[in-house]
Every structure is written in structure tokens, then in C-alpha cells.
Design a protein around this ligand. Structure first.
Ligand code: DAH
Length: 343
């Protein structure tokens, strides 16, 4: 490059044009770029030579070099674009795609297994005629306990057992919280369910967690009775686990139901032969239920002498663990792809 007279820009431009015209590939154009605009390229040489020019001419000459450089860059870019376009159409011309070939297998996102289980369980409830409603995860202590007929000094209200956000608000400990607000909102008859996350201040172990999911349902109306509930639950569990599943009801206690029952199903892992899952009893505890306590119906703004209702609540996580033989509840919350990809 130094063989050129430093500022004979017109002849440099001519030479550049000739080279540009001859270049027909990206590689050749890259060579030109380096030769002219690279660190040791011609433009740098010109800048070097500028330093030895008479002082008073430097600003003008510098400006000329800059204009010259801009022009050359523009022309080079135009040529690069046209060569790339030409290359692309040549490649498209040459390549033939077989659009009928099956695509490569791609991993596809899917709902979390807990969500999938909620869908499975609530689909059955929908098919049995119940309607879905939603309820708050952050709830008033009053709604979580008092309106559900918990006695003032009930141990479940202990600060240790739940997460209080302030004096009055907490993270709901069960989805049963939806009962009174819904009774206040609607007129009987109503048959509703609510699914969602609940929270308890428990030690995290393979069998218990501080957050899990529940589904609660209730039916309030005239003449609603316990045998309605028992037959609905039988249908529900047969649809969920298959026709051979057996149900057992044991009397129990919940503040918001009277009478209260606990529901067991025959162990779906061992068909009652006895296994570690059912602790060799042949039975698995799956839900709590009962007839809605008159005080709860009153809190909901209705007359318990006129309306009666059943209610039940069931855990989702345990059901999922049973369905898929999952040994540790913590796996449901760890977001480990090796676990989740199995669903
Ligand atoms: N809320 C109870 C729990 O979390 C479960 C339950 C029992 C819900 C009986 C109900 C019911 O609606 O009637 O343990």
C-alpha cells in the first residue's frame, strides 16, 4: 500500500473499484475489507501518512480521507449484500427440501403433574355436575377458622400451625375456606368445588410439606343428605382409580361438619394384599367429609332448618403419589427435570 502516493485518492479509488468488480465471493470481499480497512490496511496507511503532511493541510486532508473511507465502505457493503443474495438464491436453487419428512423429535412442555392431577380429579367432579369456583390463597383468619366453626382455642389456630401475614391475614390452611364466602354469594341449591394450594407450617419430610394442593366441594340445598355424598364419592373414586376400588367410611371429627367421616379406599397398589404404601392395612385414607355444620350454614347466611348440605375435602398430592408410585412428596416441588420429564 505504501507504494501509492499518499493522497492520490482518485487513483486509489479506481484501483478499489477494479478489485471490487473482480471479487465474486464472500471470501474475496473479506480479503478486500482487510486490505483496505483492517488494522494494517490502506486507510490506516493514509492516516499514518497524514501525520507527515504540512500542519495547515492536516484538517482538510483528514476530512477528505474520511469521506473517501465512508464511500469505500458503503460500496463494499453493497457488494457484500449482492454477493450474499446471489449465494443464497444459488443455495436455495440447489437444495431440495422434502417437506414430507417427519420432523426431529422435540421435547414438548406439559403441565406439572400436580396440575395434571387436579385436572383429572376436577374433570370428574365437573362430569358429576359440580361447578368450579376459585378462592383466595391469602385469607382472613376469620374465614379460615372462625366462620368454619373452629372453637376459639382450637390448636389448629396456633401461630405455629400456619403462616400469618399479620394479625388478621394468613395463608389458607385448607380449601374449605371457600364454603362461607360462596354461600354468602349464591342462593341454594349450589354444588360447587374449589381446587388450589394450601399452606401449613409443618416440618418438610418425605410425607409432609409446607404447601400442597386440595380440592374441596359442597352441595347445599333442600333435603341434601349423607347418602347423596357417599354415592357421589363412590362414583368419584371408581372413575379415578377404576371400578374395582372399594370405599370405607369411618366416623371422624371436623369442626365444620356434623356428622364427620373419614374416607378410605382399598389400596390401589396391592389390592388389599398388604404393602408398605397402605402400611399392610389394605386401606388408604383419602378424604374428609361430612354434613355441613348448622353454624357454618348460618355463617353463610342461610337457615340450617331449611337447607342441609354435604362437604368433602381431599388432598391432590397424595392421590398423585398413589397414581404414580412416587415415594417422596418433596419431589413434587423440586422442579427437577429428571423427575418431571417422566410425566
Ligand atoms: N379441611 C379438611 C382438612 O384440610 C378436610 C375436609 C374435611 C374438608 C371434611 C371438608 C370436609 O370439606 O367436609 O383436613
Amino acid at each position: 500500500m505504501t507504494t501509492h502516493k499518499p493522497f492520490d485518492l482518485p487513483s486509489l479509488k479506481k484501483e478499489f473499484h477494479e478489485k471490487l468488480q473482480r471479487a465474486n465471493s464472500s471470501e474475496e470481499l473479506e480479503e478486500i475489507r482487510v486490505c483496505y480497512f483492517g488494522k494494517k490496511g490502506m486507510i490506516q496507511d493514509l492516516m499514518g501518512a497524514l501525520r507527515s503532511a504540512p500542519k495547515d493541510q492536516i484538517p482538510l486532508l483528514g476530512k477528505e480521507i474520511n469521506i473517501f473511507k465512508e464511500q469505500l465502505i458503503k460500496e463494499l457493503e453493497q457488494k457484500i449484500n449482492s454477493v450474499q443474495e446471489k449465494d443464497l438464491s444459488a443455495a436455495l436453487e440447489k437444495e431440495k427440501f422434502d417437506v414430507t419428512l417427519p420432523s426431529r423429535l422435540r421435547t414438548q412442555a406439559h403441565p406439572h403433574p400436580v396440575l395434571e392431577t387436579i385436572e383429572k380429579m376436577t374433570d370428574i367432579l365437573r362430569s358429576l355436575g359440580l361447578k368450579e369456583v376459585h378462592s383466595n390463597e391469602i385469607e382472613e383468619e376469620m374465614v379460615n377458622f372462625d366462620l368454619l366453626n373452629f372453637p376459639q382455642d382450637h390448636p389448629a389456630k396456633d401461630m405455629q400451625d400456619t403462616f400469618y401475614l399479620n394479625e388478621k391475614m394468613l395463608l389458607r390452611t385448607h380449601t374449605t375456606t371457600f364454603q362461607v364466602p360462596m354461600m354468602r354469594r349464591y342462593e341454594p341449591p349450589m354444588a360447587l368445588f374449589c381446587a388450589g394450594r394450601v399452606f401449613r407450617n409443618e416440618e418438610v419430610t418425605s410425607r409432609s410439606h409446607q404447601q400442597f394442593s386440595q380440592i374441596d366441594a359442597f352441595h347445599l340445598g333442600k333435603g341434601v343428605n349423607l347418602s347423596d355424598l357417599l354415592s357421589l364419592l363412590k362414583l368419584f373414586y371408581k372413575k379415578l382409580f377404576g371400578d374395582s376400588v372399594l370405599l370405607r367410611f369411618r366416623k371422624s371429627y371436623f369442626p365444620f361438619t356434623e356428622p364427620s367421616v373419614e374416607i378410605d379406599i382399598s389400596c390401589i397398589r396391592c389390592a388389599q394384599a398388604g404393602c408398605p404404601i397402605c402400611k399392610h392395612t389394605g386401606w388408604l385414607e383419602v378424604a374428609g367429609a361430612g354434613m355441613i355444620h348448622p353454624n357454618v350454614i348460618k355463617a353463610g347466611g342461610h337457615d340450617p332448618a331449611v337447607f342441609t348440605g354435604w362437604a368433602f375435602g381431599m388432598g391432590v398430592d397424595r392421590t398423585l403419589m398413589l397414581l404414580h408410585n412416587i415415594p417422596d412428596i418433596r419431589m413434587l416441588w423440586e422442579s427437577d427435570a429428571r423427575f418431571l420429564n417422566q410425566f
